[in-house]
Design a protein around this ligand. Sequence first.
Ligand code: UDX
Length: 438
Amino acid sequence: MTTMTVIGCGYLGAVHAACMATLGHDVLGIDVDAGKVEQLNNGIPPFFEPGFPELLAEALKSNRLRFSSDISEAAGRTVHFVCVGTPQKRNEYAADLAYVDAAVNALAPHLSPGAIVVGKSTVPVGTATRLADIVTDAQPTAMLAWNPEFLREGLAVQDTLHPDRIVYGLPDGEAGETAKALLDEVYENALAGGTPLVVTDYATAELVKAAANSFLATKISFINAMAEVCEASGADVTKLADAIGHDPRIGRRFLNAGLGFGGGCLPKDIRAFMARAGELGADQALAFLREIDSINMRRRVRMVDLAREFFGGSIVGRRIAVLGLAFKPNSDDIRDSPALNVAAQMKLQGASVVVTDPQAVANAQKAWPDLEYAESPQAAATGADLVMVLTEWDEYRWLNPAEFGTIVRGKRILDGRNALDREAWRAAGWQYRALGRR
Ligand code: UDX
């Protein structure tokens, strides 16, 4: 059992804290937001994440987990995870490290001899070396390690308890060995279960995360670029993805063409990576990521174009139902959500847009109060001239096209995620269109 803190209790930190307590560690979650701390202490998750409410309840009941907004309570604990956000800077591509710096600076005076600070936030390469100095200046026998996190929202609990791999970025020499032994204790369970471990230096550990997210973004934009060629040539991108995905070197996962990637990670991480490469004089190496970003953003524009094509060029005054607002299913996160972006664009172009989502309505309403919100797909689609499925929630995949056809004004459907059964919708008399398919 290790005594630890988890600083920053967002999607990453809160799930990490609860998972660590479930594994038997003694965990104090720390967040500057006192409201969030109170919610968490009462077992109320501040965000939607499948499996998290049960995990949090179990961890609180074990008495091995509590939350506080007082950083001085970190004193005396051995391991300190830094899980705060690194958003994109306003009007710049670079990552904003204000929260990471504030967390480490606030923690530093409370570090015990031999304690270890473990960075999990996604940071530009070079950050760990700088933070290590703050740690050792405050407490000469304390150490810093970099331990990137690869969890996916919607699967955060599973990804934290059963990660694909664990990466340690460690200082050289004896400090590195001590840090490794402490981290091995923390991850004892996963390591005993055979999870691969990669031990490396700070810079490589920081780059692993940037490289992984860039690869995933590239894979999605690759298939979306193919979708553009399919649209121009009358081919079908879903069949193309199936066919190339059978090659194990390529693989079918993350080859779903559609509205592209959004969320709190991929878009800002590839931009921060480009910005950092520029500072290092390696901008040419990542010039392709600019194209990845452009392909991705073009999908949103194309989606609105497809809506317009249904009505001979203008959506002014048309009633459009948008199903899905979260950046992906099983999440209430609307950060850089392609779905919400398209809904807002259509509203700005004069359509009457009614939106719905199983979980993300409350968050979307705060960002876009001007859209009309509905409780269910049926309520949204009543009297609609066009229905658009923009986030592939399971409950939208299995809508009954015949039943749905009786509530709309026009049987037109746009499948923004290639998630629907095209033949079933066409058989029920709908005009069906999707990105990358005839
Ligand atoms: C991502 C990484 O997957 C994760 O490892 C990292 O830790 C954080 O960033 P997440 O943001 O939760 O996780 O979402 P992810 O499942 O990767 O999806 C990102 C976006 O890509 C979503 O908008 C999704 O709809 C889109 N996507 C995904 C596609 O458009 N096509 C695909 O085939 C897969």
